[in-house]
Ligand binder design. Structure first.
Ligand code: NAP
Length: 264
């Protein structure tokens, strides 16, 4: 993999997969811009890096705050005068039944995962087109490929990313822009702890599936391999990945299986 001197902007960089990507890319000599809401956590991640701290710029942002994302993209671009790769790892998950989930909570999930990713990517896209190349990386999920209990809006937000970015890829292919969609299964991060419940409260518990998932650093390595290879879509994780193929070739069997699957 060759990320030396590549300029990479990572959202969701304060925790989990985004944080692991920061450490791995720093190790490989990339120049970074790291974003999420919590500036203090981002500075801790920066301090945890082993190389060239001057090549890591903290740029706090809230993906829910659409009006500010375009000016954040301007700010980010001015730091190094170009951006090679945007990794959209910021996101929030859900632990609640659809029937009980308040619509404000559903809007929060869509605003963060879907609109936040779309608007930040769109804000940067004209600059990438002007510079003649660029790579948009989108963190979806296996639930961007199929739905499970307690994830209705989360799954919808990730499915929507596939529709949007698959379409965008067709439009920008001839402009030197690559679009990679990453679909992790269970990764051991705080994603379940940080999930929202039906009324918007914090779920606050580590799910067994996440606890037993692959490490964030293994996931980060696989993401970077996929980015380096300019893969359009990649599934990452353990045997839960096979759900995608079972759904495709045996949809009725999959439907019976998935409704019984324990997902918290
Ligand atoms: N872990 C898994 O099993 C798994 C599986 C499939 C897909 N994914 C996806 O992978 C991505 C990273 O998740 P993770 O597992 O690393 O979870 P995580 O540890 O909870 O990290 C989520 C990151 O998103 C940031 N974030 C949340 N809301 C934000 C907002 N409104 N604006 C800006 N940043 C925001 C958080 O930082 P702040 O709190 O500082 O804002 C944090 O850095 C997510 O898109 C998730 O859906 C994870």
């Amino acid at each position: 993999m060759n990320f030396k001197n590549k300029i990479v902007w990572i959202t969701g960089a304060s925790s989990g997969i985004g944080e692991a990507l920061v450490y791995e890319l720093n190790q490989q000599g990339a120049k970074l811009i790291i974003s999420s809401r919590k500036a203090e956590s981002l500075y801790k991640v920066k301090q945890g890096c082993k190389k060239n701290l001057l090549d890591i710029h903290v740029l706090p942002l809230d993906l829910e705050q659409k009006p500010f994302l375009f000016s954040k993209a301007d700010e980010a671009f001015k730091i190094y005068g170009r951006i090679d790769i945007l990794i959209n790892a910021g996101g929030i998950s859900q632990r609640s039944e659809a029937v009980e989930t308040e619509s404000t909570v559903e809007e929060k999930i869509m605003d963060t995962n879907f609109w936040g990713t779309v608007n930040l990517s769109k804000a940067l896209l004209p600059k990438m087109i002007d510079q003649g190349n660029g790579h948009l990386v989108v963190l979806s999920s296996l639930v961007g490929k199929f739905g499970t209990q307690y994830r209705s809006t989360y799954s919808a937000s990730k499915h929507a990313l596939h529709g949007y970015f698959d379409s965008l890829r067709c439009e920008v292919y001839d402009k030197g822009i690559t679009v990679s969609i990453i679909c992790p299964g269970f990764v051991k991060t705080n994603v379940s702890i940080n999930s929202v419940t039906a009324n918007g409260g914090k779920y606050g518990m580590m799910d067994t599936n996440q606890e037993n998932g692959i490490s964030a650093s293994e996931c980060a390595t696989k993401i970077l391999e996929a980015v380096d290879a300019k893969k359009e879509e990649v599934l990452i994780g353990g045997k839960e990945k096979y759900g995608v193929f079972i759904k495709r070739f045996f949809p009725k069997y999959f439907s019976k299986m998935i409704r019984k699957r324990k997902v918290i």
